[in-house]
Design a protein around this ligand. Structure first.
Ligand SMILES: NC(=O)c1ccc[n+]([C@@H]2O[C@H](COP(=O)([O-])OP(=O)(O)OC[C@H]3O[C@@H](n4cnc5c(N)ncnc54)[C@H](OP(=O)(O)O)[C@@H]3O)[C@@H](O)[C@H]2O)c1
Length: 238
């Protein structure tokens, strides 16, 4: 069995990535921070299908200790999916340094240092990293400058690490368009919520669209340094 670590894997897009990789014969480490119940339930469901195939690890990823704790829970690894992220609006003029640090540390610092610290294991397995980016890495989302900057950083990290970890480890990214409204809100309260008329395929994407692309990239042994937009053609239009 191959082994995958999915950060933020307890719910939403991360949980679908976990289920889809499990169906594709990966054993999984589900990382979570606050969603202990969801992580335990998902692990129980999947372990019911295949015994001892899923473990869970709690870690706060915007701290060095949290990253070390997660890293130390891994002894073998074929695939790292950097999915955990924080999304919040940061209207200009209201951004303080602690907001900046918390978003940048979660969305950019932690995937970078997690990738670096797991690189030795990934070298051994000729493994792969898939970073979940965002179409707003290229085109900023209004009132979300810090989030957009963090995603732009992880897009460059994808290309930089693809170079630096080659030839043994591949590093790719997926940039979702609008898939799910942010947690705790019914709708994304900004330009994107009204944007389905700008999506070439005239519909929002699904968690399955993202998870299937993770499996595609994990299996595509001659692709590295590429970031695939999974956005129904949203980026074809301004
Ligand atoms: N939703 C969309 O439409 C959309 C669009 C474009 C890009 N994306 C990207 O796709 C990925 C998944 O999206 P999503 O909407 O499913 O994400 P999400 O629900 O906003 O967050 C995923 C998980 O990240 C974990 N997390 C957040 N802050 C953390 C921290 N400081 N330490 C550790 N874990 C932390 C949380 O785990 P716990 O719940 O366990 O605390 C959370 O469940 C993200 O990278 C996001 O930027 C999503």
């Amino acid at each position: 069995m191959k082994k995958a670590l999915v950060t933020g894997g307890a719910q939403r897009i991360g949980a679908q990535i976990v289920k889809t990789l499990h169906k594709n014969n990966y054993d999984i480490i589900i990382h979570y921070n606050n969603s202990a119940d969801e992580a335990s339930k998902l692990a129980a469901l999947l372990n019911n299908d295949r015994q001892n195939s899923v473990t869970i690890v709690q870690a706060e990823l915007n701290t060095r200790d949290g990253i070390d704790k997660l890293r130390n829970s891994v002894t073998k690894l074929d695939l790292l999916v950097n999915n955990a992220s924080v999304f919040c609006s940061t209207p200009i003029g209201e951004i303080d340094r602690s907001t900046w640090s918390s978003i940048m540390d979660t969305n950019l610092m932690s995937p970078f240092f997690l990738s670096q610290s797991l690189a030795t294991l990934l070298h051994k397995s000729n493994g792969c990293i898939v970073n979940i980016v965002d179409i707003h890495a290229d085109r900023p989302l209004k009132d979300h400058s810090v989030y957009s900057i963090s995603k732009s950083g992880i897009a460059m990290m994808t290309k930089s690490l693809a170079k630096d970890l080659a030839p043994d480890v591949r590093v790719c990214g997926i940039s979702p368009g609008y898939i799910l409204s942010p947690k705790g809100s019914k709708k994304l309260d900004n330009e994107e919520s009204q944007s389905s008329n700008k999506i070439a395929l005239k519909r929002h994407g699904t968690v399955k669209d993202i998870a299937d692309t993770v499996v595609f990239l994990a299996n595509s042994t001659y692709i590295t340094g590429q970031i695939i937009n999974v956005d129904g053609g949203r980026t074809l239009n301004q």
